[in-house]
Design a protein around this ligand. Structure first.
Ligand SMILES: Nc1ncnc2c1ncn2[C@@H]1O[C@H](COP(=O)(O)OP(=O)(O)O)[C@@H](O)[C@H]1O
Ligand SMILES: N[C@@H](CCOP(=O)(O)O)C(=O)O
Length: 321
């Protein structure tokens, strides 16, 4: 459960008095998510999400995230919208944290996605990339190569506590990625965390994307590599090429990829696997026992990383020949 900061009814009612939201009927912490504290509110005007921004979210980045949701929604992408306060601000403060009220998006995330869902996600990702064009604020990816090196420096001394031999293995991989990371690929606004829990479906129809709090400017193909990692592996660690093919086809139905992007895909997949391995490893080693959050297993991403190390061309992911 991700509720790092508690709220009480008195402070919440005071916070809500700054909005045109009707009266509070009930609220409860949401038992999902990793980064922020989220609450589901019921008001006389309907359901709302209250988000309190926590440790990994920089307050200076909030205008990017909140503005991006408006930009994407204005261009037809289904995503939640931050509600303005009576004074027009999108951001307030509650229990000492920056806080926003976000519109409620109908739908559920899928515990067992199939290939048709992967196709829909590929398509929605490409639609997001197209819709992101023209967004006037830029945010470099804090979790690209330099960010990985910083995270690794904070974890490497204790890495072998998680698995024997992890320290040299990851050091070698990081050095490889630093030396070979692509220098010039088509870039734009990426979601950067489009995992199954951030995509809602109503039945088999994709109803929207949530959680833009890692969004940033980076290579568009890197975002696709994140989705291949997050959606196309089975629980036993095997890559499901049918899902990969469907996701790639869905993406290509909206936005073509250049030869350079396709050739870079194995390396991009290695990078995105390492990125999630490193944040998970850091959280694994530093989250205090008893914290109200479900820690995610870094070794799941080590297995994925090892798979990508053996991949030679994008056809191994299901790329059309
Ligand atoms: N706009 C929304 N509409 C409906 N549910 C939401 C919305 N935003 C968040 N949630 C719920 O809160 C959970 C955690 O949200 P998320 O943004 O993924 O948190 P975190 O940033 O902490 O990872 C989601 O899995 C979902 O159940
Ligand atoms: N998707 C990341 C963790 C971030 O969690 P989210 O709830 O913000 O999607 C991972 O799986 O490591």
């Amino acid at each position: 459960m991700a509720v790092y900061t508690d709220i009480n009814e008195v402070d919440l009612k005071d916070f809500l008095s700054q909005y045109e939201t009707g009266y509070l009927l009930s609220f409860k912490g949401i038992a999902e998510g990793v980064e922020n504290s989220n609450f589901l509110l019921h008001t006389t005007e309907g359901a709302l999400i209250l988000t309190l921004y926590e440790k990994r979210v920089e307050k200076n980045d909030l205008p990017f995230f909140l503005g991006l949701m408006h930009h994407l929604s204005d261009r037809g992408l289904n995503c939640p919208l931050p509600l303005p306060r009576k004074d027009g601000a999108l951001l307030g403060e509650l229990s000492g944290r920056p806080a926003a009220l976000i519109s409620f998006l109908e739908g559920m995330w899928l515990r067992k996605p199939e290939a048709n869902h992967c196709r829909a996600v590929g398509k929605a990702l490409a639609q997001m990339h197209v819709a992101g064009e023209g967004f006037e604020i830029a945010r470099p990816n804090a979790l690209s190569v330099a960010g990985w090196q910083e995270l690794w420096q904070k974890s490497e001394d204790r890495a072998d506590e998680v698995l024997d031999g992890l320290r040299p293995e990851i050091a070698k991989e990081l050095a490889h990625l630093v030396a070979h990371w692509p220098q010039e690929l088509p870039a734009g606004v990426i979601h950067a965390d489009l995992f199954p829990d951030n995509v809602f479906f109503l039945g088999d129809e994709l109803s929207g994307l949530i959680d833009f709090y890692f969004a940033c400017n980076d290579y568009l193909a890197y975002d696709l590599s994140i989705c291949l990692n997050a959606w196309c592996f089975e629980k036993d660690g095997s890559y499901n090429i049918t899902k990969g093919q469907a996701m790639i086809e869905g993406y290509l139905s909206v936005r073509p990829l250049s030869e350079a992007e396709i050739a870079a895909m194995p390396l991009l997949c290695r990078g995105s696997a390492l990125r999630f391995f490193l944040t998970r490893l850091y959280d694994w080693l530093t989250t205090p026992a008893g914290a109200l959050v479900v820690k995610k297993d870094p070794l799941e991403y080590l297995k994925k990383l090892r798979f990508h190390q053996a991949v030679e061309t994008a056809s191994d992911y299901g790329w059309p020949q």
